[in-house]
Design a protein around this ligand. Structure first.
Ligand SMILES: Cc1cc2nc3c(=O)[nH]c(=O)nc-3n(C[C@H](O)[C@H](O)[C@H](O)COP(=O)(O)OP(=O)(O)OC[C@H]3O[C@@H](n4cnc5c(N)ncnc54)[C@H](O)[C@@H]3O)c2cc1C
Length: 434
């Protein structure tokens, strides 16, 4: 990689997500030469991906160009590249644009979708882990309505109007709520030739309650809100197989559907070059300073790190707030010449929204739901977005959606034949019998 070595130590950071970005923003570049590498040239605000998928926000408003972020910061070099391997013996990483050496390495490569080894599900379902995937999902959802218009068999129409979401965590719950809003307020006007009341949304969760990481009160409220919006909630159920036409559940129940949205799990996304004893469930085992247990000078932060607070067996959850705090912490640790107290996570609470006017919020001392929770949810998400422009655009979009029920983002931006997961060619029958 064509980056001149300086006389200050070089810190290579893999990943410009929540963890890597916050580290790169705060590290003192008078003391260190920083090289930030990401396979994309932008940071993605993943908590709002579901709004892109459900045509509520444009993709650009939840992403931020990494180069723009560091325009005014000296001694920071950004490169678009995929990191493929780390060689800790010679302190070098291999990337798609060539190798680069490091004095310190920070791995912040996040997580990837976990299909739990179900090959068919991986082939035919649609995940929502990246901007590209959420845009694909938006197109795929809208295509179902276009295709339904061209069908004359009731079961074929129903299959296209049935959407199954696997995973009842915050992502699944929020997406289900957003799809219900589309069904109830927007699609009937866009598709007067279709009976949109036939649209079915199923939310399938393996454990016995939605939002399992939140309080039982929040779970119950979320389930009640979703059912009120017309969503079929299935708890203690698991998707076992999917062939692009029928979603098969563990207990033998089948749901005919052309769209299975996979929000049921992620696993860490580590980089090659390490031994099995460096990991726990694919996450790098780290000490109190986020340094790998067996590799001095190599750090892991965010989703890819298994950080266990003192006297606890369970690692911190894969959350944006953990990743951001670890990024901030590690910058401080470097700035203090690697001599600073251990990282301590401050849990500021969790929240999820369910359509308009409804959300559930669990703070340390308070739990609340309803419209006030919805405003808190909006405020927190806007404030966490990167860039003032994005904040303003998201706020304007939300306001416009709220008053008009019509944001005009319902574009199919690719040909379905290009969709590698599309299991059929679009039909173009002329006659329509509904
Ligand atoms: C749909 C969705 C909704 C979510 N909602 C919430 C929420 O409401 N609240 C919450 O707290 N958390 C939420 N999360 C989790 C949160 O987004 C993650 O915990 C957070 O993104 C982790 O930050 P990170 O920096 O570890 O990884 P990421 O933000 O995923 O960043 C990893 C970066 O590394 C880059 N990268 C990966 N591999 C390589 C490679 N080999 N070479 C080069 N670059 C690489 C990626 O391009 C990416 O930019 C959500 C996640 C998803 C997917």
């Amino acid at each position: 990689m064509n980056i001149e070595k300086q006389d200050r130590p070089r810190v290579v950071v893999i990943g410009g997500g929540f963890a890597g970005l916050n580290l790169a923003k705060r590290i003192n570049t008078q003391k260190y030469q920083v090289v930030l590498i990401d396979k994309n040239n932008y940071h993605t605000f993943q908590p709002l991906l579901y709004q892109v998928a459900s045509a509520g926000l444009e993709p650009d408003s939840i992403a931020y160009p990494l180069r723009k972020k560091f325009r005014r910061k000296k001694n920071i070099h950004f490169r678009i590249a995929e990191v493929t391997k780390v060689d800790t013996k010679v302190k070098t990483i291999e990337t798609s644009i060539g190798p680069i050496s490091y004095d310190y390495l920070v791995i912040a490569s996040g997580a990837k979708t976990n299909f739990f080894g179900m090959k068919n599900v991986e082939q035919f379902s649609i995940p929502m882990k990246s901007l590209v995937e959420s845009l694909n999902l938006r197109s795929r959802i809208l295509e179902q309505f276009e295709d339904a218009l061209n069908q004359d068999q009731v079961n074929e129409i129903n299959k296209r109007l049935t959407f199954v979401i696997a995973g009842g965590g915050a992502t699944g719950v929020e997406l289900a709520g957003a799809l219900a809003e589309l069904k109830n307020k927007i699609l009937p006007k866009d598709y007067p030739d279709l009976d949109i009341r036939k649209m079915q949304i199923h939310l399938v969760e393996g454990s016995d309650r939605l939002l399992a990481s939140m309080s039982t009160k929040a779970s119950e409220k979320a389930e009640r809100f979703l059912k009120k919006l017309g969503i079929n909630v299935w708890t203690s159920m698991r998707v076992e197989d999917y062939d692009g036409d029928i979603v098969r559940m563990k207990d033998g129940m089948d749901i005919p559907s052309k769209t299975l949205i996979w929000a049921a799990g992620v696993s860490a996304n580590p980089i090659d070059g390490f031994q099995t004893d460096d990991f726990e469930r694919d996450r790098f085992l780290v000490d109190g300073n986020c340094q790998l247990l067996h590799h001095e000078g190599v750090f892991a932060i965010g989703d890819v790190a298994s950080f266990k607070p003192a006297n606890e067996d369970r690692p911190l959850p894969m959350l944006a707030s953990v990743a951001m705090q670890q990024g901030n912490y590690l910058a401080k640790y470097f700035n203090k010449n690697l001599n600073y107290k251990n990282f301590k996570y401050i849990d500021k609470g969790t929240m999820a929204t369910i359509g308009r006017n409804k959300a559930v919020v669990d703070l340390k001392k308070f739990r609340f739901s309803g419209i006030f929770a919805w405003f808190v949810w909006m405020f927190v998400h806007v404030m966490l977005l990167v860039g003032y422009r994005n904040r303003v655009i998201v706020l304007v979009n939300w306001f416009w959606n709220y008053v008009s029920y019509n944001n005009g983002l319902r574009l199919i931006v690719r040909n379905s034949k290009e969709d590698p997961k599309s299991n059929e060619k679009r039909t173009n029958k002329k006659s329509v019998h509904l």
